[in-house]
Design a protein around this ligand. Structure first.
Ligand SMILES: Cc1ncc(COP(=O)(O)O)c(C=O)c1O
Length: 388
């Protein structure tokens, strides 16, 4: 439910819509006029909330959206998004009719798929918009030979019900310092495009790293995800200009106690105090995506760093405070407080030995999302319940 304003737990994620707008605008302004910006809002906009992010990104200059699943595209249509939407993952040919009916573009790389989709079409729906996917080296989905591309082009030309709207590929090393593999993929893709009788409306290859680091990858559209969210797409490429992180995660202390030397905390009694200590409990745990591996990570409580001690529980976590801090005090797990200290998504990713993408995607929708503009709350999404 959109516009949901109620939630009853003291753990929430904040999304800074002003920063998102600025990030999108900066990326848009950095692209040539003719390059269409598609905002990647799959996986609930990398955990930020697809509908709110889609609306803001489109307002800030994105031309369209990309998602991974037909269900994600349909959910956005259902909420009133009218902009072009491309599904990146393969859909069932029997579902082609649903995609066509809702003006959702889909990837294709096999004539067999088109034949099955053609049989499943009912006849009265608008043409299904096809983006032909080329596998130039990612090894995931896509055609690999020019003959397959020509066959698909001809099939679409000769068969009612389809529109050849785009051709695309995906780079696997655009974020790396070495150019070699990237250049190979680019050359293969250019060759694919060159054998087409008619070049379709959209030709696209670049993700964030491509769009920000490789001018030769832009064609006339780019699919940008991670950079919208102000997260670093590439540690290796010095040309990359990071935006502002729009995601933060907060909670409040629900219990504080002083423990004595020798007293233990949490499952397995894995933490034992060496001296008298103040321990706070915060209502967030691995069931929210605040994973057990974050034991030992610091949080910001009352402007100061404090370490997580003991094993992280399913719904609660314990923190060793520098001194007594009262119940109700805001604790920041990702992002900053007024004092200036800041926990980046990358800091959490490093602790988790993973990439920043996985961090925001992992904070699940048991945690309400609060959308802010000018520092003020403008929307709340709480997927747990539909209100009283
Ligand atoms: C095919 C495709 N295009 C674009 C993107 C967006 O990538 P990024 O978030 O690195 O910009 C992804 C993300 O995984 C993708 O799979």
């Amino acid at each position: 439910m959109i516009g949901q304003t109620q939630y009853f737990r003291d753990t929430w994620a904040e999304i800074d819509l002003d920063a998102l707008y600025q990030n999108v605008k900066t990326i848009r302004d950095g692209l040539p006029q003719e390059t269409n910006l598609f905002a990647a809002v799959k996986a609930n906009a990398y955990g930020h909330g697809d509908f709110q992010i889609a609306k803001e990104a489109l307002k800030a200059g994105a031309h369209g959206l990309v998602v991974a699943l037909l269900d994600e595209a349909l959910a956005l249509r259902q909420k009133g998004i009218k902009a072009p939407i491309l599904v990146l993952g393969l859909i069932r040919p029997t579902d082609a009719v649903i995609a066509a009916r809702h003006h959702i573009s889909v990837p294709v790389f096999q004539v067999q798929w088109l034949k099955e989709a053609s049989q499943a079409m009912e006849g009265g729906e608008p043409p299904l918009k096809i983006h032909v996917k080329c596998d130039t080296g990612m090894g995931r989905i896509g055609l690999k030979h020019e003959e397959e591309l020509k066959e698909i082009e001809q099939f679409i030309q000769n068969t009612a019900g389809f529109e050849f709207e785009g051709i695309f590929t995906h780079f696997s090393t655009a974020d790396q310092a070495s150019e070699e593999y990237y250049q190979k993929q680019l050359a293969v893709f250019k060759k694919f495009v060159s054998v087409l009788e008619t070049v379709p409306k959209y030709v696209h290859a670049a993700n964030s790293a491509g769009a920000l680091c490789h001018d030769d990858s832009l064609f006339n559209a780019v699919r940008v995800g991670i950079a919208l969210y102000g997260l670093c797409t590439s540690q290796e490429r010095p040309t990359f200009n990071k935006g502002k992180q729009i995601f933060s995660l907060h909670t409040r202390i629900v219990h504080v106690k002083k423990i004595q030397p020798g007293e233990c905390i949490g499952y397995g009694a894995a933490y034992q105090a060496e001296k008298e200590e103040w321990i706070a409990t915060i209502p967030v745990g691995y069931a929210d995506g605040w994973l057990r591996k974050l034991e030992g990570q610091s949080v910001i409580a009352d402007g100061q760093r404090a370490d997580i001690v003991g094993r992280i529980c399913m719904d609660q976590t314990m923190v060793r405070l520098p001194h007594f801090i009262p119940i109700g005090t805001k604790v920041t797990l990702i992002g900053g407080q007024e004092t200036g200290d800041f926990i980046t998504v990358e800091e959490i990713a490093e602790k988790l030995e993973t990439i920043n993408y996985e961090v925001t995607c992992t904070i699940n929708f048991r945690v309400p999302r609060i959308y802010k503009r000018g520092g003020q709350q403008v929307e709340v999404e709480n997927k747990l319940f539909l209100g009283l």
